[in-house]
Each structure stands twice: as C-alpha cells, then as structure tokens.
Design a protein around this ligand. Structure first.
Ligand code: N2P
Length: 340
C-alpha cells in the first residue's frame, strides 16, 4: 500500500471510531448560570460525548419534573436538601466510587453531610450562601440584615431570588425561628412578614439577579453568593453581607437519576468536573465556594479574596428536606405574590 492510501485508511478508521462514539450522549439537567459552556465543550472534545443541557432555576422545578417521572436525564444537580428528598424517594442511583477517583479532590468538610451521610448518592459541585448585595453608591445607610433590606424607603429598589423556600427562610430567621421547622404555626407567624416584603420587591429573579443591579433597575437585593461575587468582580461598590439573622448555606451536588440511560457517560462527566483544572474553570465563570482542594490551589489570590465567594464569617445554616411542608411554603408565597 502506498503512503497516501495508508493515510487514507487511518483516516477512515478514525472516522469510523468517531462515528461509533457519535451515538454517545449525555442528558444534563442543571441550574442556569452554573455550568460553563467551555466545560461542556471541553468534555465533548475529549470524549466525543454530546451533552444535551437543559436548565432550571430552582430545586422545586427540578423536583417537580423528576418526581412526576418526567425527563430523561443522566445527571441532575440538586442542592443538598433536594438531594435528601430524592434519596428518600429512591430517585437517585447509588454511585460506584471506583468510577469517581477524582472525588479525592473534595475537601472533607463537604463530604458526608446530613443529606447524604454515607456519600453514596451525591458529589459536591459548588457551595455558597444566600446573602445581601448592596450597591453602596446608591444605598448609604448600613445594611446588616433582612430587616434593613425590606424598608419602605427601598420599595421598588429590591431584587430577590424567585425562590419560595428562600424567601420564607429569611422571614423565619428574622423572627428567630428555626429555618427547617416549617410548621403551620411558624408559617402563620412568617406570613405577615412575607406579605409586607413581597410588596417592596421590584424584581424576582433566580437565574440572573445581578442583571437588575448592573442595569440600575434596583439598588440592593438578596441573591446567590456567586451572583454577588460576579458583581464584586465588576466593581467593589457592590458589597456582600451575610445577614446578621443568619444565612442559608447550600451545597449543590451532581447525582445520577436511578433511571438514567447513559450512566457510564454520567460517571465520565462527573469525574471530569472533579479535575482541579476543570473545576477552576467553573469558579472562573461562576465564583461560588469551590469545594475542590486542587481547584482552590489554582485560583488567584484575588478570586480567593472575593468576600462573596469566600466569606470570612457569619452565621449560616443548611436547608433540610421538609417533606410536605414544602407545598405549604409554595402556597403561602404564591398567594402573597398574587395579592401584591
Ligand atoms: C446558579 C444558582 C446556584 C445555586 N445560578 C443555588 N443553589
């Protein structure tokens, strides 16, 4: 065989191998503004696995799809409390740790948390808090807690997450009630507080609450820490405050639904995400609290000094699965929002 023919044969074999892999796909259902496109593209370039990416903006959206048996996903990205519910309802596949050697990169304090004590179903993705962001060029009074945000003088100058569980937890914290004790009695106490608050809010947005601040629509808000971290990187006039009453700290995870069709591809993707250099790309785009020790070593001093990504102090607490009470929260906030 002459050389050009040999090259041709090699090319054909390669094309065939690629075609064989062309069928491989991965259906990812994750939070919006959380998984950068360059990470997905890097994975596809390396593995040939095509990633179909669908997004949601709340755990409740994810759960309503999955609990109803809908969707055909290979990876989902529940927060801790939603993962806890999914484990309880047997919606997640137990993980084979042998297929996730890069799990060793996760710092121990992010493992074996109450939602998954045996670390059997979930892999930490990013952590963060929900806190107050203030445009200090526009707001001159000190803002330390929820009550300082929800003042009549800030009517129509506030953005908050479009997330019922979050909003109710701020009211519970303000009343000094435990955020995971969502009893009818506590909800009755929270109701008038939330009723007042929703009237003051201009924008409810969980996808990109930073946008209302950058385009000058609002001057302060209660947002995911990564959103506040992006604002801080744009300008230090945006201050991040962990509410004095207490803040919700979340640990978002990656997990494989029990009925996933492409489990091998899912393992490959999760293990890929756990590489320090890949995890660093996530932090670059969405500067939440990175639980990956190797990735943290790759972050710049500036990134690590971002007060929203890596707050130095503040009282924080995690959400737990609250079972049926979640529906009570939804009803309460939906009611009050429609009455405003
Ligand atoms: C990303 C939202 C992140 C975190 N847009 C909420 N748990």
């Amino acid at each position: 065989m002459k050389l050009p023919h040999r090259i041709c044969a090699v090319a054909l074999a390669l094309a065939a191998a690629l075609a064989a892999r062309a069928g491989e796909e991965l259906n990812l259902f994750g939070w919006s503004e959380y998984v950068p496109q360059n990470v997905i593209d890097g994975f596809t370039a390396e593995t040939g696995i095509k990633v179909n990416f669908e997004t949601y903006a709340s755990n409740e959206e994810l759960l309503s799809k999955l609990v109803a048996g809908g969707g055909n996903y290979d990876i989902v990205q529940p927060s801790d409390y939603a993962a806890e519910l999914m484990i309880r309802q047997k919606l997640l596949a137990p993980l084979d740790a042998a297929k996730l050697p890069n799990l060793k990169n996760i710092a121990p304090e992010f493992l074996h948390r109450p939602h998954d004590p045996e670390q059997k179903y979930t892999v930490p993705y990013m952590s963060g808090t929900v806190g107050i962001v203030v445009n200090t060029e526009k707001v001159k009074t000190p803002i330390k807690g929820y009550r300082d945000v929800f003042q009549a003088q800030f009517k129509d100058r506030i953005v908050v997450l479009n997330d019922n569980r979050e909003i109710v937890s701020w009211a519970l914290d303000t009343l000094g009630l435990p955020i995971n004790e969502v009893t009818p009695a506590n909800l009755a106490k929270a109701r008038p507080v939330v009723a007042e608050w929703v009237k003051l809010v201009k924008v409810f947005d969980s996808d990109s609450p930073k946008t209302a601040l950058t385009n000058g629509d609002v001057d302060l808000g209660i947002v995911w820490s990564g959103e506040a971290a992006i604002l801080w990187n744009q300008s230090h006039k945006y201050e991040y405050v962990i509410p004095a009453e207490g803040a919700h700290q979340f640990l978002d995870t990656l997990a494989i639904p029990v009925n996933a069709k492409n489990k091998e591809a899912a393992y490959k993707f999760i293990n890929y995400i756990l590489r320090p250099e890949v995890s660093k790309l996530i932090s670059d785009a969405f500067p939440y609290t990175n639980p990956n020790v190797g990735a943290r070593k790759l972050l710049s001093a500036d990134a690590l000094a971002n007060p929203a990504s890596y707050p130095k102090s503040g009282k924080t607490e995690s959400f737990r699965d609250i079972g049926k009470a979640a529906a009570d929260i939804d009803r309460l906030v939906t009611d009050l929002k429609s009455a405003r």
